[in-house]
Structure formats: C-alpha cells, structure tokens
Design a protein around this ligand. Structure first.
Ligand code: URA
Length: 272
C-alpha cells in the first residue's frame, strides 16, 4: 500500500513523501530517517513508515524544509568553462553536468557566462526564480572582478554614478570597492542583471577581464561550496531571498542617456 486515506486526508509513508519531493531515493530517505536527520512538524522522527500528509505536515531534513509542490532550491559553485543551459548544440559542458542525478527538473535562476564562475542558484519554483531575477526587486548580486590593469578612480566613479553602455543602455549605480592589496581586483554589487553587464562595463572602458566570480546573491554566498559543488539553500537563505526588501525604484535613478550617439564615458582615457 503506497497511500491510504484517513479522516479524509490522503497519507503516504514518510520515506515515500521524502522521495516524492525529489531529494532522495527511498533507500536514501530511509537512511536519513534512521540516522535522525528528519523532523516532522519540528519533532525528530526515526520511523520511516510513519504515515503523514505531505501537504499538511512539515518535513525537514537537517535545516532544509521540504516544501509543498516539491520545490527544491540548490546553490552551485559554477566553475569557468560551463555553459548555463541544459544542452549545448556545440557539445560544451553544461551546468547540468554538475547537478546530482536524482534531483527533479530544475532551472537556473539567471545565468552566468561560460567563462564566469561562482554562485548559480537552481530551483523548480517558478515564483522564487522570477522574484530573484525580477528587474524591479533589485536583489543584489556581488561579483569579484579581476582586471588586466587597476581600475582608474574616475572609472570607479562612473560605475558608482551609473554608466551608459555604447548601445545606449543606461545602468543603475553599482557599489564598487577597490581592493587595497590587489589593485587589479574590484568587488562590485549590482542590483540589476543585464546581459554580460559586468564584462561590458569593463571592456567598454578598455579593460581586459581576467576573471569574474559571482560571490553572492543577496545574503547567499559560496560558503560551504568548492568549485563544481552543490548544496541546498538553508531555510534562512531561502527566507532572506524571498523577503529581500525592494528599495523604491526612485532611490536608484538611472543615469540620463546622453544626447550624442557616443556615450560620455568614451571621452575618458583608458586605463594606464
Ligand atoms: N556579468 C557578466 O558580465 N557576466 C556574468 O556572467 C554575470 C554578470
């Protein structure tokens, strides 16, 4: 018997419920339960054959709650050299090669360029994915950028004020921190995610991008991850991203588009 109805509620065994969420096979689920890693409604449970209703009872493994609708939230430390698509017509390695085989169908929350490494989230929760990438929610993303030459102070200032790209795209102000110990390194926090934004900001000013790493999305960092590694988001991380405060759009004004076709920043000298 895989399910039964009690008091009008459909119940399944705990291990079946866990495997239905797509996080573990039934054998793995049974191990997790017997090892005391599983809680139901906040209480530790060691009987894999406990009957429950996964739509009502709250199951958690470690500090990761299993959510209704089988939602899964993963953080991947993407190494450089992997494309952020499911399959690639040119046969290149994709981020899906790095995901565990037993996860359900997940999509990446935003993308990273092939040569960019760092934090990439995956989920099957469409609403979560849309919220994190929404242009009006302004979830901050932090990057460590290594350039071929040190960033000139007036270019850092241009990024802080909001730059206009060569094609006329106006960018919102970026938080820029120059490294004291490594002059070519810059930490920058963006509240928008235009295509190849960081690379274009640097390359249009004449810099070579040596390395680009996404260090954080909101408060979620690469902590606990090695390149190529995957972990689940903690409940705190999930809640933090979901509750990410929306700064009013007016507080981060877009820079004015210049009248001339060539944007102003082109007048500046390139890096020395
Ligand atoms: N900006 C870029 O230029 N590339 C990325 O992958 C992410 C942000």
């Amino acid at each position: 018997m895989t399910s039964r109805t009690r008091k009008g509620r459909e119940q399944v065994s705990l291990i079946r419920a866990i495997s239905k969420f797509g996080l573990a096979s039934r054998t793995q689920a049974e191990h997790l339960v017997r090892q005391g890693c599983v809680r139901v409604n906040g209480r530790p449970v060691r009987s894999p054959f406990l009957w429950l209703d996964p739509r009502v009872d709250r199951i958690s493994i470690g500090d990761q709650p299993l959510r209704a609708a089988h939602h899964v939230y993963l953080a991947l430390f993407k190494p450089a050299g992997y494309v952020s698509t499911r399959s690639d017509e040119r046969g290149r390695r994709t981020v899906y090669d790095l995901l565990p085989a037993d996860v359900p169908h997940l999509f990446p929350v935003g993308r990273l360029d092939k040569e960019t490494s760092g934090l990439l989230l995956f989920t099957n929760d469409v609403r979560f994915g849309e919220n994190v990438t929404s242009p009006i929610r302004h979830v901050p993303k932090t990057y460590l950028l290594s350039l071929g030459t040190p960033l000139a102070a007036h270019h850092a200032e241009l990024w802080r004020r909001g730059m206009v790209l060569a094609d006329g795209t106006a960018l919102r102000p970026v938080v820029v921190a120059l490294s004291v110990s490594v002059p070519q390194e810059v930490t920058m926090t963006l509240i928008e995610g235009k295509n190849r934004q960081v690379r274009r900001m640097a390359e249009e000013l004449g810099y070579t991008v040596v390395r680009l790493v996404r260090m954080a999305i909101g408060d979620v960092t690469l902590d606990g991850l090695v390149p190529g590694g995957v972990r689940m988001l903690t409940e705190q991380e999930y809640n933090g991203l979901t509750a990410q405060a929306d700064p009013p759009v007016g507080s981060t004004p877009l820079p004015r588009r210049p009248r001339r076709t060539r944007p102003d920043h082109r007048q500046f000298p390139g890096p020395s």
